[in-house]
Design a protein around this ligand. Structure first.
Ligand code: HEC
Ligand code: HEC
Length: 158
């Protein structure tokens, strides 16, 4: 009987550990020491993504290719680029789940992003109120505050 109980406990613990990254996924806030240049240089075309959404390596790649940035020219002064790269890398995702180097260095191509959004139909991403998966704030009501909990989501109907 005791062995049986241990086995059950083992299974319960296994589920607990599997769940931990999902719990972390709910809030990925902006670090309090965000340089003002981040808002100025990286939030005019899209939201200021919290650094914890992407791996160290991906941030390095993004920051070293700003002249050819997803079809846009997002070049900035060298000093600002160095300051922002240091800050992004220092606050990058660390958990095993988030620290993969994503294809195209996108948040939206990471395995965790695709898993969390597997129930969102392809048609939904193309709605005019959404436009792109990278437009987090279209559906996550407090994306700016780093809150991505599935209880705070409202998907535009068109
Ligand atoms: C001139 C406009 C512009 C500026 C300025 C800009 N970006 Fe972007 N960024 C884009 C576009 C366009 C995309 C692709 C959006 C899409 O596919 O929906 C993008 C995508 C991204 C993505 C990937 C989003 C995804 O799909 O997962 C990251 C990360 C990113 N930008 C970071 C930055 C950082 C860091 C800065 C500041 C150094 C910055 N961006 C400044 C235009 C810009
Ligand atoms: C088309 C609307 C839409 C967009 C755009 C979108 N999401 Fe989501 N997201 C959802 C929905 C819906 C869920 C809940 C999925 C479910 O319950 O199966 C979700 C779930 C999540 C979760 C898991 C939350 C939880 O409680 O487990 C995270 C983290 C997340 N999104 C991050 C992001 C980030 C970061 C972006 C932008 C790069 C983004 N999402 C863009 C609709 C969207």
């Amino acid at each position: 009987m005791a062995a049986m109980r241990f086995k059950k406990l083992g299974i319960a613990l296994a589920f607990l550990f599997v769940d931990i990254p999902l719990v972390f996924a709910h809030t990925i806030s902006m670090p309090k020491d965000m340089p003002s240049s981040y808002e100025a240089e990286c939030a005019s075309c899209h939201m200021a993504y919290p650094p914890g959404l992407l791996s160290r390596k991906s941030w390095q790649n993004v920051m070293s290719s700003l002249d050819a940035h997803f079809g846009a020219d997002a070049s900035i002064a060298l000093k600002t680029r160095e300051e922002l790269t240091t800050w992004l890398v220092r606050n990058a995702a660390t958990g095993k789940q988030f620290s993969e180097a994503a294809p195209q260095n996108r948040i939206t191509t990471t395995a965790w992003f695709m898993r969390e959004h597997r129930k969102v139909n392809a048609e939904v991403w193309r709605r005019s109120g959404v436009k792109s998966p990278s437009n987090c704030g279209a559906c996550h009501m407090d994306a700016g505050g780093g809150v991505f909990h599935d209880t705070n989501v409202k998907v535009p109907t068109q």
